[in-house]
Design a protein around this ligand. Structure first.
Ligand SMILES: [Zn+2]
Length: 59
């Protein structure tokens, strides 16, 4: 599940974006909503939550 970090974007997610994609390592400047998306490591239906430990920044 991938959700755009729009109203829910948080400082920790912006920090993840600044480190680039966590799969391919590509750097994206975090501009408006055109940067990286987040993906849940454990999907919400399996009990995952919108927390830093459960999210990856992906391009
Ligand atoms: Zn990537």
């Amino acid at each position: 599940m991938v959700a755009k970090p729009t109203a829910k974007k948080k400082k920790w997610f912006i920090d993840l974006c600044e480190n680039g994609c966590q799969i391919c390592g590509r750097k994206f400047p975090y501009l408006n909503n055109n940067g990286l998306e987040w993906s849940h490591i454990i999907s919400k239906k399996d009990g995952g939550r919108d927390e830093e430990i459960n999210c990856m920044a992906l391009c």
